[in-house]
Design a protein around this ligand. Structure first.
Ligand code: DAT
Ligand code: MG
Length: 134
């Protein structure tokens, strides 16, 4: 396995509920390294570009509203197979399908507010790191 970088974001629900520390702890305990981290409020345009693959979905307006509803904590995370390792640590998109022990399985209850974003491929990781930290 290669050392990779991935883009991770703790979403507004988890920041609001003060889960940031517990989520960061899980990332570090898994052996991955936080290279960059910043708390910020996303603008609508950035969210629309980030979720452009979902623009035709009925939930898109509420997704954009949710993601701009409060601060997020954005990160660059590195380590062996960081992209897939983080996706495994996060669990399924819908928290109802996310296994216990995963971040979404333990902290999220609703697909509309599912606690964390992580890049889904190495290619998208590079694009997202440039988008949010470039
Ligand atoms: P992931 O975040 O696991 O990469 P995705 O890229 O398909 O999943 O979707 C991005 C976000 O959009 C997801 O984290 C939550 C929201 N979303 C996806 N499917 C949804 C649905 N059926 N209803 C409501 N929100 C949804
Ligand atoms: Mg995705």
């Amino acid at each position: 396995p290669a050392i990779e970088q991935t883009f991770i974001m703790i979403k507004p629900d988890a920041v609001r509920d003060r889960k940031t520390g517990q989520i960061i702890d899980r990332i570090e305990r898994s052996g991955l390294t936080i290279e960059k981290m910043e708390k910020c409020v996303l603008d609508e345009e950035t969210v629309k570009v980030h979720y452009a693959h979902l623009a035709d979905k009925p939930f898109f307006p509420s997704l954009v509203a949710f993601m701009t509803s409060g601060p997020v904590v954005k990160m660059v995370v590195s380590g062996l197979s960081a992209v897939s390792k983080m996706r495994t640590l996060m669990g399924a998109t819908n928290p109802l399908d996310a296994a216990p022990g995963t971040i979404r399985g333990d902290f999220a209850v609703d697909v509309n507010a599912n606690v964390i974003h992580g890049s889904d491929s190495l290619e998208n990781a590079a694009i997202e790191i440039e988008r949010f930290f470039g």
